[in-house]
Design a protein around this ligand. Structure first.
Ligand code: ADP
Ligand code: MG
Length: 699
């Protein structure tokens, strides 16, 4: 049976082939269903008509009911005509003004007819004026029907041919009028009733045509919940299937490698949080279940050490381990750190990135296949199919938001059972998002920094305040500290940015003739970079001028000042990561964000939150709110298992939780998806998976 929602919109009155092409090209809408799910982005209250003598200059959009008394036209040059219509409702006179389309306007609108005129009043020449308002004949609009008017996003191409928000509104109205039968319900009563939810049919009608704000919020509640509910049901079902199907390797013992390291090599005592997390990981690895754990810990909280010690447990149980970093530089830094920490021990650590080629690569691959490599450090190159391990038991994924369920599945073919997985992140993902990307991950948190760290003081300065900036830097260096100065480097403007860095470097050398400076950027040869870094690490140079290559990994406790130039060009999590490079020693550290004076509101908010808090969780939360989950660093092509049309992970946190709880109840009661009373849910989920590529990618 053909569902009415699958019908082609071409046959909807008012559409036709041309508009259909436009709608499908511009908005991806070609069926009733897609049009129905094209939700308004805002509503404007049109339940009240104002009199002209009630208008005031600071009103938002309002509507009046008035007649056109006369038209007047003014030549503006370049063959452009401004049209003014003088209108009256008996309480006063107002003007409507158009800056284009004179001919059409004068022929289309009639004198002595009542119109509903909707727009934003401004004062011009002592009169209220509406520029390009919405105008409808009053006879076609009944106040009782007006309620809240929905607004839809349209594109420039659409507007050119008259496909305005208003036109979409009318199309949807006519579609809803066409749908005589109520829409099929997609949530069972036992979920909707206790939660006081309106039916699906009612929700769709009300979301596009609410009479009152209450209608609107009931419709949104129902539709958002449903969207989130099926996302959660999908992820939880996946998780429960996998738990049943895949038993994990059992790492039953802690052996010589771990103990040797712990008693001989560990350079400092573990923090309480590190100890707790290592215990949690050990427990998981010994349980017979396959571990999927997310380790959240702020920059500098010591996650690498936790990862290393967990890898040693895998080695003690006869397995190989690997750690994946998002960039080559980070992978190289991990290699150096790990080799350094394991100094003198009999553990074979190798590197595999895109840069490792030829003979070297062959040797590493062989070592992995015959089991002689114990720990592999690498980038995404590690999950390629050509990389085969003898006995991979444990995988650490560092700083990767995009390592969602789909990517994890790629590890399955690397060993007979899926390896244990630890995902580490310093830009903590807010709970609601983590729940939705990872779904089934258990979460560990390092909520304690190694002792002796002081919160970094963050200060905002403008780029015309260099004198005080330089004085501050000079003072710190004279007290024996070192300073980072970071320039932005964005791929798209790489050349200009590099030139900026070079010029900036020369300028800084002149400004600080008494000090020595190093310079590092991503375009330098690795050996050169290393040389420069060494000078800074050893204290020979006092200032390190760099691009964001120092974002992650670098550790110079004596560096106490992080200056970020063009701070407006950095994202929140990047700023937070950079700031994490200082505050590692015993001295008070500073982060100076330097920006131009003229900033967008959003940028100002970003800088304010940085000055306000050092708490990575708060920053991540703010980031999500400012940018929305779609933009969250690393999640763009994440294979994120959802595509939300109405719900918003950042703003609808409580609903995410509610949806998750409801979905969990269902999974608990019907883990095998067999019970008749839940059949409707499983059927619905299957049909959603068929139409959503991302959803099916994780099956
Ligand atoms: P992140 O969590 O950002 O990856 P790292 O693992 O790079 O942090 O650790 C940051 C710094 O803190 C490193 O120099 C590391 O050696 C040091 N560190 C880690 N654990 C401790 C500890 N328990 N006590 C003192 N310093 C520690
Ligand atoms: Mg790290």
């Amino acid at each position: 049976m053909l569902d009415i929602l699958d019908q082609d919109i071409q046959y909807l009155p008012g559409v036709g082939p041309r508009r259909k092409t436009l709608l499908s090209k511009e908005l991806g809408i070609s069926t009733y269903k897609e049009l129905l799910e094209y939700y308004p982005y805002k509503y404007v209250d049109r339940s009240r008509i104002y009199r002209i003598n009630e208008l005031s200059g600071d009103m938002p959009f309002v509507q009046i009911r008035a007649r056109i008394l006369s038209f007047e036209t003014f030549e503006m040059g370049f063959h452009r005509t401004r049209v003014v219509a003088h209108v009256s409702d008996g309480t006063g006179v107002a003007d409507i003004v158009w800056f284009s389309g004179a001919k059409y306007i004068i022929s289309h609108y009639k004198l002595s007819t009542d119109y509903i005129i909707f727009g934003r009043p401004t004062v011009f020449n002592g009169r209220y004026q509406f520029a390009h308002p919405d105008i409808d004949p009053a006879s076609e609009m009944q106040l009782s029907q007006m309620g809240l008017q929905p607004y839809y996003v349209t594109t420039e191409n659409m507007k050119k041919t008259g496909m305005t928000s208003r036109a979409i509104e009318k199309l949807i109205k006519s579609m809803l009028d066409n749908m005589k039968e109520p829409l099929r319900e997609t949530l069972p009563d036992f979920i909707t009733k206790p939660l006081n939810m309106i039916s699906r049919d009612e929700a769709f009608r009300k979301i596009h045509n609410p009479k009152t704000p209450d209608d609107m919020s009931k419709a949104r509640y129902r539709l958002k919940f449903e969207e989130l509910f099926y996302v959660q049901l999908n992820i939880l079902r996946y998780a429960s299937d996998h738990r049943r199907k895949y038993r994990g390797y059992i790492f039953s013992r802690v052996g010589k490698t771990f103990n040797d390291f712990y008693f001989n090599n560990l350079p400092f005592p573990l923090t309480g949080a590190q100890k707790r997390v290592i215990k949690e990981i050990r427990k998981d690895m010994g349980s017979g279940q396959q571990m999927n754990r997310l380790l959240q810990g702020d920059v500098g909280s010591g996650k690498t050490l936790v990862a290393l010690m967990s890898m040693l447990i895998a080695i003690d149980n006869g397995f190989q381990a690997c750690i994946m970093a998002p960039t080559e530089i980070l992978a190289e830094q991990h290699l150096a750190t790990i080799k350094g920490m394991l100094g003198g021990m009999d553990v074979n650590v190798e590197l595999l990135t895109g840069m490792v080629k030829g003979k070297r690569r062959k040797a590493v691959l062989e070592g992995l296949a015959n089991g002689s490599v114990n720990i592999l450090v690498g980038t995404h190159a590690v999950i390629e199919d050509t990389v085969q391990f003898a006995r991979l038991g444990f995988v650490v994924v560092d700083e990767q938001h995009r390592f969602g369920v789909a990517q994890r599945a790629r590890l399955w073919n690397k060993s007979d059972k899926p390896p244990h997985v630890l995902v580490m992140t310093a830009t903590p993902i807010p709970r609601t998002l983590a729940m939705t990307i990872y779904g089934d991950l258990d979460v560990s948190v390092i909520d304690e920094l190694p002792p002796g760290r002081k919160p970094v003081v963050t200060i905002h300065k403008y780029d015309d305040q260099t004198t005080s900036l330089y004085n501050g830097i000079r003072k710190q260096i004279n007290e024996g500290r070192q300073v980072y100065i970071v320039f932005p480097l964005i791929k798209e403007s790489e050349k200009i940015d590099l030139k900026n860095l070079e010029d900036g470097f020369e300028g800084l050398k002149e400004a600080f003739p008494e000090f020595r400076l190093s310079k590092v950027h991503g375009k330098m040869k690795p050996a050169e970079k290393e040389e420069e870094m060494k000078h800074f690490v050893s204290g020979e140079t006092q200032i390190l001028v760099a691009t964001t290559v120092i974002e992650v990994g670098v550790n110079v406790p004596n560096a106490s000042v992080m200056v970020i130039l063009n701070a407006e060009r950095f994202g929140l999590s990047q700023l937070h990561q950079l700031r994490g490079r200082v505050g590692r020693g015993a001295d008070q550290s500073y982060c100076i964000l330097v920006s131009k004076r003229k900033l967008s509101e959003e940028t100002r908010k970003r800088i304010d939150i940085m000055c306000d808090t050092n708490d990575g969780f708060r920053i991540a939360e703010a980031d999500l709110k400012l940018r929305g989950p779609g933009d969250l660093e690393g999640t763009q092509q994440s294979g994120m298992a959802f595509d939300l049309k109405i719900a918003d992970i950042a703003r609808d946190g409580q609903l995410v939780q509610l949806a998750r709880d409801e979905a969990q109840k269902i999974i608990d009661k019907d883990p095998m998806c067999q019970k008749q009373e839940y059949a409707m849910l499983w059927k619905r989920l299957d049909s959603l998976r068929k139409t959503n590529i991302n959803w099916s990618a994780i099956s």
